[in-house]
Design a protein around this ligand. Sequence first.
Ligand SMILES: CC(C)(COP(=O)(O)OP(=O)(O)OC[C@H]1O[C@@H](n2cnc3c(N)ncnc32)[C@H](O)[C@@H]1OP(=O)(O)O)[C@@H](O)C(=O)NCCC(=O)NCCS
Length: 184
Amino acid sequence: MSMIYGERVRLRATERDDVKKFFVWVNDPDVTRYLSLYLPMSAVDEENWFDAMTKRDQNEKTLVIEVRDGDGWKMIGNCCVFDIDPISRMGELGIMLGEKDEWNKGYGTETMILLLRHGFDTLNLNRVHLRVYAENRRAKRSYEKAGFVEEGRLRESVYKHGKYDDVIVMSVLRSEWVARIKEK
Ligand SMILES: CC(C)(COP(=O)(O)OP(=O)(O)OC[C@H]1O[C@@H](n2cnc3c(N)ncnc32)[C@H](O)[C@@H]1OP(=O)(O)O)[C@@H](O)C(=O)NCCC(=O)NCCS
């Protein structure tokens, strides 16, 4: 698969060497605060994750998020489309920016817009959805900016940090994506 380019962000395939950085990110409690990760991860866990990831369907592989850094590119996170349903033409998105210094710069929003474009224009999906913990206000706001609308709330469906939180389901339909493109 060729790289996916946006204005400031590009998405590339994950290489084995990248897991060294992923290892740091998935062990940072600030990064994993609103993720379904509950135990410290070892370097071997990450290697095993990589091996399993390479065996996934071609369209569900994890992509590295990079931003411009001088003349080169710097990796700041990863993302993926997963659970693609080929009959109902829908898929779910996931994203993690592991470099905390890069939060709140619009990179998450731009990445989600790139994934939406990829989902609708390349994978021919009709619906793209995601799940986000209600307390993850930065993420929710970022998804709203990318065009996602809240469609439901799974009440108290995650337990983390000693309490339950709701999980919000958000989605974009192809018709909404097309209307948004026409507006621009
Ligand atoms: C969630 C994440 C993808 C968002 O990406 P990002 O690049 O940091 O977000 P953006 O800059 O695109 O947008 C953030 C928006 O949230 C706002 N925001 C930040 N903190 C907020 C808070 N506590 N409450 C409300 N809004 C908040 C920002 O001001 C910005 O909105 P604005 O442009 O209207 O001002 C990224 O921060 C991340 O990966 N975090 C760690 C892992 C994670 O939580 N992944 C998502 C799991 S569902």
